[in-house]
Design a protein around this ligand. Structure first.
Ligand code: NAD
Length: 323
């Protein structure tokens, strides 16, 4: 079945991959973003440059009736952008404005169903102090206490879409993404996340060098390869699951282990220098019991396999582009 699909944030990392995947399935995919992807030409049938904070621009993007809308547009970045505090007001205002405009446009055009990408950053900081046993089950989100304004905005927007579903019958599907990585993601410039930053540092290092790691490196995380993120997102979007679902890996590693894994892939012997930097919560990993129960599917690709693909891409970028 060919669907008419709108992807918001289509010029971003996950959005560009999602457009390609949906177009390859034979759908008519329309994309919108402030900018195009800097890494590849969009596979969209139509790509609209639009600032979704502007209600009129957002309304124009919804000039057709769509069967599915994937709302990925957000003011977004890695720990160096989200956790320093300097961008808090901008993050909240920009992303909340986008979501308020999108919910209104969906209602006006009677969009078929809406998929929203929330984040693991909504989970309470108190459940993520033990690096070996973080609790990120979906029902642990309340009483709410995210550790960043980015997380609070995501929680607000989850509730916005859920309220719209309750009061006006919107078909809203909500994923809580956990650290998605892969080729064509930001890898330098301040918005890159840990896997990309580490791949870049390792690619730029010579055998025997020392590389910088934020914090003591014992903080734990799980990382989801982008193809599995797409698979989970599309399955969820087309499901009848109405409550938020974790879309993440449960292969938890410390940042030090992540560095060692990337160094091994690169075939380099590297030592680590731990420096102060924004690190976020002490431990986080996806709890995949609910996704398995509700969708009959869960991510299963080993971290190492995704890192091999990502390292290869970042290494080629780092050697092609002057710093
Ligand atoms: P990204 O920054 O690459 O993509 C977001 C896109 O939104 C960007 O291309 C940006 O230009 C666009 N955008 C921002 N403001 C806009 C505006 N006013 N109008 C139109 N477009 C605008 O991020 P990503 O990693 O692809 O993430 C996609 C979504 O998934 C985001 O909502 C993000 O919060 C969420 N998420 C991602 C991760 C992850 O690990 N990548 C984890 C949790 C949640």
């Amino acid at each position: 079945m060919t669907r008419k699909i709108l992807v918001l944030g289509a010029g971003g990392f996950i959005g560009a991959h999602l457009v390609r995947r949906l177009a390859n399935e034979g759908n008519e995919v329309h994309g919108a973003d402030l900018k195009r992807s800097e890494f590849s030409a969009s596979a969209a049938y139509r790509f609209m440059i639009a600032d979704l904070r502007d209600p009129l621009a957002c309304a124009e993007v919804f000039d057709r009736g769509y069967d599915e809308v994937y709302q990925l547009a957000a003011d977004m970045g890695g720990a160096g952008y989200i956790f320093t505090g300097e961008n808090d007001a901008q993050i909240m205002r920009n992303s909340a404005a986008i979501n308020l405009n999108v919910v209104a446009a969906c209602e006006r055009t009677r969009a078929g169903r809406l998929f929203y990408s929330s984040s693991a950053c909504i989970y309470p900081a108190r459940n993520q102090v033990d690096p070996d046993h973080p609790d990120c089950s979906e029902d642990s989100a309340y009483p709410a206490a995210p550790d960043s304004e980015y997380g609070w905005e995501k929680l607000f927007s989850e509730r916005l879409y859920l309220a719209q579903a309750r009061n006006h019958g919107m078909l809203a599907r909500i994923a809580r993404f956990h650290n998605v990585f892969g080729p064509e993601g930001a890898w330098r410039g301040g918005r890159e996340k840990a896997p990309a930053a580490i791949c870049r540092k390792v690619a730029e290092a010579r055998d025997g060098d020392e590389i910088e790691v934020w914090g003591d490196g014992e903080q734990t995380r799980s990382f989801l390869y982008v193809d599995e993120c797409l698979e989970g997102s599309i399955r969820l979007a087309r499901s009848d699951v109405t409550s938020p679902v974790n879309v993440g890996s449960d292969e938890m590693v410390s940042i030090n282990q992540l560095v060692d894994m990337v160094a091994a892939i690169a075939g380099k012997r590297l030592s680590k220098r731990h420096i102060s930097g924004p690190t976020g919560v002490r431990g986080r990993s996806s709890d995949n019991r609910f996704i398995e129960h509700s969708l009959g599917w869960r991510p299963s690709m080993p971290l190492r396999a995704g890192l091999e693909k990502t390292y290869g891409w970042i290494e080629s970028q780092a050697h092609a582009v002057p710093a």
